[in-house]
Every structure is written in structure tokens, then in C-alpha cells.
Ligand binder design. Structure first.
Ligand code: PLP
Length: 418
């Protein structure tokens, strides 16, 4: 972890001790490294240099405005799945002309906003969506640029909940159905066909499923060209995995290199929608040990972060590395279950971790930058955590910890009478 090094037994976020950030901003607290996320984004750019491309960061992985801002300044495009994410991109200074709109059930009002802002492409998920988009565009007097999300029926070999490219998933359409959707799209005045896309899953650790999907999309592109429907871009989605524990995903460079090799010199713009591979390892979640509770069955460390802050272990059995912020030798060394205060047995951050702990210690949960804060909630009326971004010697608070008033905003008691 280049951007989260230990120096003399103390964990740093770039150049600042994590314990200083925790003292100043409290816990639980997310810490992001600007250098780490920019470094990952630049790897995509470098691997794609000399090739017409667009790297559209998947906003859902981490949608903090500072994260979007940092990436927008590097020329990132954005992959969105809702109007809210589009508003975030705009609020962060992103360019709507570099936005692609994924999302399985776009509402007409979301389409209208995206059309008004002039996004690059709507990634269609069904024949029915095409009809709605065509009429929204026609009544706005605009032309909607579209791609069809193809479900290439390849096994991403990842966790079933984050595998999206099999026939049985709700995402996209089969290649046969895609042909019909393209033919229909080509007839519609308010629609311009520009690309094809897929997204076969997340946390992929092998290149071969991507290549299988790519080849199926290229076959479809050829078939469409024979019918006079010529596509401008090919969007391979996101999904590249990261190392949380001992996974060995391909590097960004190797992955892109393999894609470029198969693509050869076809005159297609390449689009990617990476989320996790940009932000996962650019973030930590910091939590404090409130109590130690050794029992005859388990040793529990009760910490102040919970499944409402980081749901991935509970939802996907995700394994995240948990380490002491300040390494110590004098505490209670044991195998600990790191659990939160939420009233659910599933509320754990890690199980059977060999750690030396002491009440009041700070712990760092690594690999927390993607699908961490964005999946957090107010369950148990817990305020959502603070978010901080470090940048060299600077520390910026990029989201304040919620207060009680934030939690009940928009709620109302019953009227007096009755
Ligand atoms: C979630 C998602 C992504 C990002 O996936 P990562 O695994 O985080 O890279 C990209 N495109 C689509 C359509 C998605 O749903």
C-alpha cells in the first residue's frame, strides 16, 4: 500500500498520521488518497494512449464530490446509473459530454435531464427502454445517442451477486435481441446509434472473460455493419478486480493491452467504465475499538463502524484487511471478530483476525474506497461517517459527519389533532 505506509509502526495516509486525522475528524471515518486514485486513473490513460478512448469512471463506486472533482480534472468521463449521479458529476465540474448513462430502469425524467445536458450515450437495457427514450427525445426536440447493453453470456467467475454477464442476470439483452433493438433504433428519428456496451461483472481477476465478451461484441459489430448500421464506439464496462487479500488480478496495463491486441486497428473508440480498480485501494475506513469482549466461543472486538458504514462483508462475504493504526505489542493478542454496534448478527467487518488489541485502539480497514461510503445508510439511526481526502501534506474534510438533524431531515410528526 504505497499511499498508506507504516512508518515507525504508525499508519500514514500519504504524509499524515492516520491517528491525527482520527483525532481531528472522529471515527468512523473514511480516508481517501488523492494520489492513489489519480495514479490508478492515469494507468488507464497511459495504457490507452495513441488510441481513441474514453475512461468513464463508474460513479457508484465512490461518488464523493472531491473524488469526482479530482478525476474530472484529469479529463475523466463518467458512467452514471441515475439522475442523482449525473447531478453529482455536474456539481463536481465534470463534463456531461463525457457521460454514459447505464442503469437498468431509467425513468423518463432522468432521460430528459440527461438529454438536456447533452450526455455522450444512453446504454440501453431493453427494447422497451428504447421506445420510451425515443419519445422523450422527440418531445424535447433532441436526438439521443444510444448503445445497446449486450449480455454476452460469459461467466465472469466472480461472486454471484456481482456477476452480471450471464444469460440469467437482469442486465442487458442477448445478442439476438440486440440485433432487433439496433434495427428498430436505426428507424427512429430521435435516436442515433453510436455504440455497443457490456459489463459482465465486478472484481474479475482474469482477462479471459473480458476477451470472450469483447469477441462477441466484435462479431455483433460486424453483423450490424453488414446491415449498414455502423458503430462508433465499443464500451467494455468496468469490472477489473483489485487485490484485497491474495487475489492476483491483471494490472490495468496488461488488461488494456490484451483488449487492444484483439481490437487490432479497427476504427472504434474504446470506452471503459472502471469503478473499483480506481478507488478501492485508494480508501481506508478508520474505526475505534469501543470494547473487547472475549467469550468462550469468540473474541469480539466491538468497534464504532458497522454494516451501515461498510456493508460489503455482510452482503458479499467480502474480505477486507484490518490492521492496527498504531502497531502495538502490549495489548491482548488473539483471534478477533471485528463487529459493529448494529443489532444484526450479520454486522461484522472481519472474522478471526489475529490482532493485538486494546480498548480505545484505532483500526484501519483497507480496500474501503469502493462500494464503501456509497452503500452506507442510516440504519439504527447512525449518522453516516465523515470522509476525508489526503493530498500530499494536506488533509481535506470532503464530507462532514452527519448530525442528527441530517438524519431526520424531511421527516414529519403527525398533525396535532388525531
Ligand atoms: C458497477 C458498474 C461498473 C463499475 O464496475 P467496477 O467493478 O466497480 O469496475 C461499470 N459499469 C456498469 C454498467 C456497472 O453497473
Amino acid at each position: 500500500m504505497k499511499y498508506f505506509p507504516y512508518r515507525d509502526g504508525q499508519l500514514y495516509a500519504e504524509n499524515t498520521p492516520v491517528s491525527e486525522i482520527a483525532a481531528r475528524h472522529g471515527t468512523p471515518c473514511y480516508i481517501y488518497s488523492r494520489q492513489a486514485l489519480e495514479g490508478a486513473f492515469r494507468e488507464y490513460q497511459q495504457a490507452l494512449s495513441g488510441c481513441d478512448h474514453m475512461v468513464c469512471y463508474a460513479v457508484k463506486a465512490n461518488s464523493n464530490l472531491a473524488v469526482l472533482d479530482a478525476l474530472a480534472r484529469l479529463g475523466a468521463g463518467f458512467d452514471i446509473v441515475s439522475a442523482g449521479e449525473l447531478e453529482r458529476v455536474i456539481a463536481a465540474g465534470g463534463d456531461p459530454a463525457r457521460v454514459v448513462f447505464s442503469g437498468v430502469a431509467k425513468k423518463p425524467e432522468e432521460m430528459a435531464l440527461a438529454l438536456e445536458l447533452g450526455i455522450a450515450c444512453f446504454n440501453l437495457e431493453s427494447a422497451a427502454e428504447l421506445e420510451v427514450l425515443a419519445s422523450v427525445a422527440a418531445s424535447a426536440g433532441r436526438v439521443a445517442k444510444v448503445s445497446v447493453r449486450v449480455n454476452p453470456d460469459v461467466d465472469a467467475q466472480t461472486h454471484p451477486y456481482i456477476s452480471t454477464g450471464l444469460r440469467e442476470n437482469k442486465f442487458g439483452v442477448t445478442t439476438e435481441e440486440a440485433l432487433r433493438v439496433y434495427r428498430r433504433a436505426a428507424e427512429l428519428q430521435s435516436i442515433e446509434v453510436v455504440g455497443v456496451d457490456c459489463h459482465i461483472g465486478s472484481q474479475l481477476t482474469q482477462i479471459s472473460p473480458f476477451i470472450d465478451a469483447l469477441k462477441r461484441l466484435l462479431d455483433l459489430i460486424d453483423q450490424l455493419a453488414d446491415e449498414g448500421i455502423v458503430l462508433h464506439h465499443l464500451d467494455l464496462g468496468g469490472g477489473l478486480g483489485v487485490c484485497y487479500r491474495d487475489e492476483q488480478p491483471p494490472s490495468i496495463g496488461d488488461y488494456i493491452g490484451a483488449v487492444r491486441e484483439v481490437l487490432g486497428d479497427r476504427p472504434l473508440q474504446l470506452v471503459f467504465e472502471p469503478g473499483r480498480s480506481i478507488v478501492a485501494n485508494a480508501g481506508l475506513l478508520i474505526t475505534r475499538v469501543e470494547y473487547l469482549k472475549p467469550t468462550s466461543e469468540h473474541n469480539f472486538a466491538l468497534v464504532d463502524a458497522a454494516m451501515n458504514d461498510m456493508i460489503r462483508p455482510a452482503l458479499y462475504q467480502a474480505w477486507l484487511d484490518i490492521r492496527n493504526v498504531n502497531e502495538r505489542s502490549d495489548g491482548h493478542r488473539a483471534s478477533w471478530d471485528i463487529v459493529g454496534p448494529v443489532c444484526e448478527t450479520g454486522d461484522f467487518l472481519g472474522k478471526d483476525r489475529d490482532l493485538t488489541l486494546h480498548q480505545g485502539d484505532l483500526l484501519a480497514i483497507f480496500g474501503a474506497g469502493a462500494y464503501g461510503f456509497t452503500m452506507s445508510s442510516n440504519y439504527n439511526s447512525r449518522p453516516r461517517a465523515a470522509e476525508v481526502m489526503v493530498d500530499g501534506d494536506s488533509v481535506h474534510l470532503v464530507r462532514e459527519r452527519e448530525r442528527f438533524a441530517d438524519i431526520i431531515r424531511g421527516e414529519h410528526r403527525l398533525p396535532d389533532q388525531g
